[in-house]
Design a protein around this ligand. Structure first.
Ligand code: SF4
Length: 114
């Protein structure tokens, strides 16, 4: 899966960064997060309730939340059985799985109705 957060670490002064088609990453709220000092709330050690609370709060105020979520869902659904890790676009892996299944059900229902 595409490591969105690693890509968001691209410095804006990097000349390649401005040529990237997905410039939304430059506005990511997690972009300048110091993982060494502050840990990684997007990849908690457990899936227990509340484990993603800190990351969810940060994502909630992110101006590129929708683009991040779309990129994660696209990356994860591009290969069958892809593993999902971490919070992207304010969603946990389980939430993205549920959203993908819902999308697939709705698509199938539309095909059946056509
Ligand atoms: S929505 Fe969250 S994970 Fe995605 S770019 Fe924004 S802060 Fe980072």
């Amino acid at each position: 899966m595409t490591n969105l957060r690693a890509q968001t670490m691209t410095r804006p002064t990097n000349p390649l960064a401005s040529r990237e088609p997905e410039d939304w990453r430059l506005d990511a709220k997690c972009r300048d997060w110091d993982h060494e000092l502050q840990g990684d709330p997007w990849h908690p050690d457990s899936d227990l309730p509340g484990a993603y609370d800190d990351a969810r709060k940060i994502c909630a105020g992110c101006p590129v939340l929708a683009a991040c979520l779309r990129a994660a869902v696209d990356a994860e659904s591009s290969s069958y059985g892809a593993l999902r890790f971490g919070m992207y676009g304010g969603t946990t892996p389980a939430e993205r799985s549920a959203a993908l299944r819902k999308e697939q059900r709705e698509r199938a229902a539309r095909r059946a109705a056509a």
